[in-house]
Write a protein of this length. Structure first.
Length: 270
């Protein structure tokens, strides 16, 4: 056999052996990769199985049984609605007696004091016929017409009776109320009492302001309020006792001065 042919045959055999060895290595690598894939795929399956066991594993709950017997709950009694008994209708209050205003009588109007009914006349206001009292106030030289139906509501009243005059004297003899507030505020209170027409409120103004009547530092407004209240009181006293203004004034001043003198005597004795 020629030498060249032998060498060529050896090379071919060597190449075949090398290719065979490489093929075995590739097969081994593929097998190893296949086993690795199987191992990886088996791991999550195992984990899933463990998780499934944990999920389905029953948890034992500890149930405590109450030893004390349960008491029966009694239903609260339903309150019955109170039965309201029909009350007998109350007797109607007696209507206030109407004051009879007669011509020639003296009356008191809150903002003007004592006046005298001079006449009763009828006037037409629109289509309405009204009976009017014609009242004359001699001191103010004024005539006032008041509807008869509205006279009492307007504050018109008869002069005080003798029993009421006696209570007025008691008020004048009582202790004067002293106030340290501002004079402007006290002056408004005194004027409101005078204009109310209430004889006892007017007597309180005279009582409170008379104690300073002779003091030189007395203000002009204080003196004017005092004289206004005193004039109202004198006018009603004169009309009630059927005397003149001078006699009524003397009677009141005697009472007030006697009160001041008694208070001074008590102060000196103390």
């Amino acid at each position: 056999m020629p030498q060249n042919l032998k060498k060529s045959a050896k090379k071919i055999v060597t190449k075949k052996a090398t290719a065979k060895v490489q093929t075995k290595k590739v097969v081994k690598k593929a097998t190893a990769a296949k086993h690795a894939v199987k191992a990886v795929s088996k791991k999550p399956v195992a984990k899933a199985a463990v998780a499934k066991k944990l999920v389905h594993k029953p948890v034992a709950k500890k149930v405590e049984v109450a030893k004390t017997p349960v008491k029966a709950v009694q239903a609260a009694p339903v309150k019955q609605a109170a039965v309201v008994k029909p009350q007998a209708p109350k007797a109607a209050a007696p209507a206030a007696s109407k004051v009879a205003y007669k011509v020639g009588h003296h009356v008191v109007y809150p903002t003007h004091g004592v006046g005298k009914i001079m006449a009763e006349e009828t006037q037409m206001i629109g289509d309405v016929e009204l009976r009017m009292l014609v009242i004359s106030f001699e001191k103010d030289k004024m005539t006032l017409r008041v509807p008869v139906a509205r006279a009492t509501a307007a504050g018109l009243r008869p002069v005080s009776s003798l029993d009421q005059i006696k209570k007025v004297f008691v008020t004048l003899k009582s202790r004067a109320r002293t106030s340290r507030g501002m004079w402007s505020r006290r002056a408004q209170e005194y004027e409101a009492k005078i204009n109310s027409g209430n004889i006892f409120s007017i007597a309180e103004v005279v009582r409170d302001l008379h104690q300073n009547v002779d003091q030189s530092e007395r203000s002009y407004s204080e003196r004017m309020i005092y004289e206004s209240a005193l004039a109202r009181l004198v006018g009603e006293l004169a009309a009630s006792e059927s005397t003149d203004h001078k006699a009524a004034t003397d009677k009141l001043m005697k009472l007030l001065r006697g009160k001041v003198a008694a208070a001074a005597a008590l102060k000196e004795a103390a």
